[in-house]
Write a protein that binds this ligand. Structure first.
Ligand SMILES: NC(=O)c1ccc[n+]([C@@H]2O[C@H](COP(=O)([O-])OP(=O)(O)OC[C@H]3O[C@@H](n4cnc5c(N)ncnc54)[C@H](OP(=O)(O)O)[C@@H]3O)[C@@H](O)[C@H]2O)c1
Length: 317
């Protein structure tokens, strides 16, 4: 009985492996637009796809980022400046893309741009702190997608949205986890709607990787700023020790984060180039071994793990 089961499971994985190896044809004629290419995953993906011969349209937040990317890539790669929080900037980038792709349409849209800070208990923050993150990570993704959808539909292409493991399991306060849960929900409904037009939607869920977004100094500084602006009541109930142990734990954890950014960009590339892309890609050992299994656990168990492993407020129970 166990042998039959093992053979069945083996066959399933063999078939899946074979199916997932099928690659789309004429990749060199296909245009892919990526947001947030100044650094991190977006930058690496732009260079990786350029090397594969795809026509990369890379958007950067700054001219300096765009210039540096152009210096490291072929003449085929083109850049544009895009701030995903600004409607005029999205409209201008859409027009720029239209002029390049023409009747072919846009094969791939990768919504990658994102910010994370401030990461603190929610009670320390203001509505503006939440809005700042949601504007980039969620509303930015939605507006860019809506603006480019006619071009993607024309090509029967792909939308690849960068979420996170925290899009499944909320690990900390602030707008980041909320924004990524929103990206998951948006992507799920979009995938079902667009299946009628032959457009495929994939979600990338990276674990913890060393990029400028996860930079320890950046996170600690935003944490300190939120602490400085917190009300006297918050300061009293949380206490200095809480804030010190949070900063200490990020210092201990940060060096353990993966530098293998290609684990994420390989998933993005697969989502764009495979005939049968996955719906979700979990990238990184911590995502696969720790966060993903945790997201299936009952809430009381997850709450207990968090209660015992995170710093506690001075005046908590
Ligand atoms: N690193 C991780 O551990 C991790 C884990 C899970 C998910 N992610 C997600 O992966 C994606 C890429 O992040 P990353 O880790 O590669 O960090 P990153 O190096 O900071 O890349 C994010 C990019 O987005 C750009 N950006 C910020 N605000 C923008 C705006 N308003 N409009 C357009 N672009 C903007 C940044 O530009 P500047 O550099 O000029 O600010 C940067 O180039 C994000 O969606 C992030 O949430 C990261």
């Amino acid at each position: 009985m166990w042998l039959y089961l093992a053979v069945l499971v083996g066959l399933y994985y063999l078939l899946r492996w074979y199916r997932e190896r099928q690659v789309v044809s004429n990749l060199r004629d296909k245009y892919v637009f990526i947001t947030g290419c100044d650094s991190g995953f977006g930058n690496q993906l732009a260079r990786q796809l350029d090397l594969q011969g795809l026509r990369v349209l890379a958007s950067c937040l700054t001219e300096k980022g765009a210039e540096q990317l152009r210096d490291r890539t072929s003449d085929r790669l083109q850049t544009v400046i895009l701030d995903v929080t600004k409607t005029e900037s999205i409209a201008a980038a859409t027009q720029w893309i239209k002029e390049r792709v023409g009747d072919r349409g846009l094969w791939g849209l990768v919504n990658n741009a994102g910010i994370a800070a401030p990461i603190t208990p929610s009670e320390w923050l203001t509505k503006q702190d939440f809005m700042k993150i949601l504007d980039v990570n969620l509303l930015g993704v939605i507006e860019v997608t809506l603006s480019l959808l006619p071009l993607v539909r024309k090509a029967r292409g792909r939308v690849v949205n960068v979420s996170s493991v925290v899009g499944r399991l909320s690990l900390f306060g602030g707008g980041y986890c909320i924004s990524k849960h929103g990206v998951e929900a948006f992507s799920d409904s979009l995938r079902r709607e667009l299946s009628h037009f032959g457009v495929k939607v994939a979600i990338i869920e990276p674990g913890s990787f060393k990029t400028s977004l996860s930079n320890n100094n950046r996170i600690s500084q935003s944490f300190r700023e939120a602490w400085d602006h917190a009300s006297p009541e918050v300061k009293e109930i949380y206490g200095e020790k809480f804030s010190a142990s949070f900063i200490k734990s990020t210092k201990i954890l940060a060096p353990k984060w993966s530098q293998a950014v290609s684990l994420v960009t390989d998933c993005m590339e697969h989502a764009l180039t495979a005939c049968h892309p996955r719906t979700r890609y979990s990238a990184g050992w911590d995502a696969k071994l720790f966060y993903l299994p945790m997201s299936y656990m009952p809430s009381f168990l997850v709450d207990a793990i968090f209660y015992w492993s995170f710093p506690r407020p001075a005046k908590g129970l």
